[in-house]
Unconditional design. Structure first.
Length: 412
């Protein structure tokens, strides 16, 4: 498949990253079952109906081989990251272990903490008139909130951010030593955490996993490692990207920014806007599956054992499902987007992600209702996610009138 002109679909191509939507339009219209030889070679689904159906058909499109989810997989592991790299029925047994921890009522108790962290971060830059939303706001906010949610020391978040960067930049720079070094450090950190909880159980999700039984057996050390790694890494970058994508849009669209700034206390309006940001600028654009049998779609047969890329980002921009799909319609009413997936692997952390987005947008708009881009933003350099590596804004400097002691533990 040549997506456009002589170029094949390549989510690492800077041209694609700058504007993937023109490629998505082409795929949906002309090539709903595509194949590219780039990044190890894989098939691509882009229409909403096909993506939705594939995500629900785990019998044909499996997640159960370690490394299948990322395309390409540079660092194959011999253990699965759980529960995402498992298929039913095993998947459900692993997922149900932590379901209560991620329930909406449990997550919403964190709202005051997230709001205080957001305010403390804004205090640090409000008087300067400028900031980089990635490093001064979204990244420390999400890391801090996740640490509090997982009941881990906030200082540890600095290491998670470092590992994520090493793994990612090692991959991008084709430096496997950097990637595998950071992966090993992260595995050692999780192993230590689990060993500590086995020796001294606490009231936290890691102790819950060390005490859990699946079919009567405790989780093996590698299962505990895989689960722990996913909890630390699964949605952190995606949530940071989700916040920044929304704030980038608001920086660029004054009318929508004013509209939302006037509705910050209208919970329903804010929630609808968050869903629309997630649909229109989905933080996760592409994830992988592996076919378990030959399957024919739109007259094209995808053979058994092939890698398949599922384009959440293209599905969420499909006009057949979303009128005005390219526009960010903040009060869109019907919005069955796939930003958190669908089917058995639907995002476990969706409530936490939504809370982070809601609070981050609300507190920033409340304190800084008028802001604009201060420089050309730096997009993330991998098209399977959509987000920024740097996002500078400027605004009228202000100090917090009622500001008193607002110390926070040092976030990442
Ligand atoms: C805006 C932020 C987020 C987005 C866009 C997002 C997106 C997704 C998507 C698309 C999936 C499905 C993957 C698949 O079908 O293979 C998923 C799964 C998952 N997410 Fe998220 N996520 C976000 C935040 C989070 C957070 C904050 C956490 C936890 C702290 C989290 C934990 C998980 C887990 C554990 C799974 C695997 C669920 C399973 O396999 O049953 N996510 N996420």
């Amino acid at each position: 498949m040549k997506a456009l002109g002589e170029r094949e679909f390549d989510h690492y191509d800077p041209e694609f990253i700058k504007d993937p939507y023109v490629v998505y339009d082409h795929l949906r219209n002309a090539c709903p079952v595509a194949h590219t030889s780039k990044q190890g070679g894989f098939w691509i689904l882009s229409r909403y109906a096909d993506v939705r159906a594939a995500l629900q058909d785990w019998q044909t499109y499996s997640s159960a081989i370690p490394g299948t989810i990322a395309i390409p997989n540079y660092h194959a592991r011999d253990y699965p990251v759980l529960p995402i790299e498992a298929d039913p029925p095993a998947h459900g047994k692993y997922r149900s272990l932590v379901r209560d921890v991620f329930a909406r009522e449990a997550v919403d108790q964190l709202e005051d903490v997230v709001r205080d962290v957001a305010d403390a971060l804004i205090d640090r830059f409000a008087a300067t008139g400028h900031c980089d939303l990635v490093h001064d706001y979204a990244l420390p906010l999400v890391s801090h909130a996740l640490a509090r949610f997982l009941k881990l020391p906030v200082e540890d978040a600095e290491r998670w951010v470092y590992w994520a960067r090493e793994i990612f930049e090692g991959r991008m720079g084709d430096d496997p030593a950097r990637t595998s070094g950071a992966t090993e450090e992260m595995a050692a950190y999780v192993d230590g955490l689990m060993a500590n909880r086995i020796a001294e159980p606490q009231d936290d999700v890691f102790s819950l996993l060390t005490q859990a039984r699946v079919d009567g057996a405790a989780l093996s050390p590698l299962e505990l490692r895989g689960y722990g790694i996913l909890l630390l890494t699964a949605g952190r970058e995606a949530t940071v990207d989700g916040i920044n994508n929304a704030l980038w849009f608001l920086a660029e669209h004054a009318a929508e920014r004013d509209w939302l700034a006037q509705r910050l206390d209208d919970g329903a309006a804010l929630r609808a806007a968050v869903e629309e940001f997630l649909r229109n600028m989905s933080p996760i654009q592409l994830l992988g599956r592996i076919t378990t049998r030959d399957t024919t779609l739109h007259g094209v047969t995808i053979p058994k054992g092939e890698s398949l890329g599922v384009l959440y980002g293209a599905a969420n921009r499909d006009e057949a499902e979303f009128p005005q799909a390219a526009s960010c319609v903040l009060d869109r009413r019907r919005n069955p987007h796939l930003a958190f997936g669908v089917g058995v692997h639907t995002c476990l952390g969706a409530h936490l992600a939504r809370l982070d987005l809601r609070v981050a947008i609300k507190q920033l708009l409340r304190r800084i209702p008028d802001f604009s881009l201060a420089a050309e933003p730096l997009w993330a350099s991998n098209g399977d996610t959509r987000g920024f590596r740097r996002l500078d804004i400027r605004f009228v400097a202000s100090s917090r009138p009622e500001s008193g002691d607002n110390d926070m533990e040092s976030p990442a």
